[in-house]
Design a protein around this ligand. Structure first.
Ligand code: 5GP
Length: 191
């Protein structure tokens, strides 16, 4: 997606060869016009797939995912990283290891919000090792929902996430693919 590629090149900060900081427009401050364009791009890409819900993981996926859900006219379901006090019975849970923080968290979904009738699109900000997205698919499968695909804003193509998801049979669409990062330098993968 041209707009996001331009933004990443202009404002993304490669802090080392593994991590890209996008605090100015996705992770800390959010660019709402960009999020709207991102949502419209996902909606266009996954048009006609019979998607009933968009699913994301709190918290950085929420802004692009809500715009995607709005553009598709379906609800957004947010997977929680820790069970809230008001969620209790009927929870689906799975442990995920965080790429950026190196720790683990329990991804949680309330069973009454999803069913085997649902065909979902998973949206996340980054794809690195594919742990977060795989965790999301595990939870959705526990609920017997089906998965239309995984939409990613920024894929670091030199890390194994895409291969891991494709091996499991999932379709992955990434708006921006990064070939290589080095301190202060971002190289895109273009086809
Ligand atoms: P994965 O589970 O694919 O290894 O990592 C994906 C998650 O880690 C994303 O949800 C994102 O929050 C975080 N993440 C992975 N790589 C980066 C990165 O380079 N920059 C930022 N800001 N977050 C990242």
């Amino acid at each position: 997606m041209k707009l996001l590629e331009e933004k990443v090149l202009a404002e993304g900060i490669a802090i080392n060869e593994n991590i890209l900081k996008v605090d100015g427009f996705i992770n800390h401050q959010v660019d709402p016009q960009l999020m709207q364009a991102i949502g419209e791009d996902f909606a266009e890409h996954f048009k006609g797939h019979g998607i009933t819900k968009v699913v994301t993981i709190e918290s950085s996926g929420i802004a692009p995912a809500v715009m995607t859900a709005a553009a598709m006219n379906v609800p957004l379901l947010i997977l929680k990283k820790s069970p809230s006090k008001t969620l209790n019975a009927g929870l689906f849970q799975t442990v995920v290891t965080s790429f950026t923080k190196g720790n683990s968290y329990e991804l949680t979904l309330a069973g009454h919000l999803i069913s085997e009738q649902d065909h979902v699109l998973i949206i996340d900000d980054f794809l690195a090792n594919g742990e977060a997205a795989t965790g999301a698919t595990r939870l959705l499968r526990k609920a017997h929902a089906t998965i239309a695909g995984i939409g990613i804003l920024i894929e670091k193509s030199f890390q194994p996430g895409r291969a891991k998801l494709e091996e499991q049979g999932f379709y992955v669409y990434s708006q921006v693919r990064i070939k290589k990062l080095a301190e202060g330098n971002i190289e895109l993968l273009t086809d």
